[in-house]
Design a protein around this ligand. Structure first.
Ligand code: HEM
Length: 143
């Protein structure tokens, strides 16, 4: 017999996977485009990235598909490229604390732009920000 009382949630924080359902694709598309638009103008880390960072570039497509997949949307990224293995894919770039901090500046600035243009609520914005802060720190691979 199944237990009629559902298990309580493990945490009161929203599941990242539910954000795509809640917000749809657009905020993640805008976030990928704004992130790379910002990086395009950031001399601290620009050299690590491909020449084309426009909305139609491969770089923006990778980021857009990754973010939508991570937050619960269709798995276009993995269908095209396999398991994300995000840290391993970043090992060919020298990412130290300064590079990470620069990347995160651009990411949080992009998120602030999207929060405004897409009217994201504070909870959604906070969940995405926490993910960007934590995961970017995990990408550090050099002293
Ligand atoms: C939340 C943190 C991050 C996420 C989710 C993320 C995500 C991604 C994704 C999905 C790709 C494409 C990988 C592929 O399919 O080949 C990528 C590429 C890249 N990332 Fe990150 N990244 C993060 C942090 C960083 C940081 C801190 C740096 C430091 C500078 C960085 C630098 C790069 C570079 C240089 C590329 C190659 C761009 C290209 O060739 O298209 N990333 N990242």
């Amino acid at each position: 017999m199944s237990d009629p009382i559902p298990n309580p949630p493990l945490s009161s924080a929203p599941e990242p996977a539910s954000l795509f359902q809640q917000l749809g694709e657009r905020p993640f598309v805008c976030l990928a485009e704004a992130l790379y638009r910002n990086i395009d103008g950031d001399a601290r880390i620009r050299k690590h990235f491909p020449a084309d960072l426009s909305p139609s570039s491969e770089a923006v497509r990778d980021m857009r598909e990754f973010l939508t997949q991570f937050f619960g949307g269709p798995d276009h990224y993995s269908a095209r490229k396999g398991h994300p293995r995000l840290r391993a894919r970043h090992l060919r770039f020298p990412i130290d604390q300064a590079a990470r901090d620069a990347w995160l500046d651009n990411a949080l600035k992009a998120l602030a732009e999207v929060a405004q243009s897409e009217s994201l609520d504070e909870t959604a914005r906070g969940t995405i920000a926490a993910y960007l802060v934590r995961t970017s720190q995990f990408m550090i691979n050099r002293e």
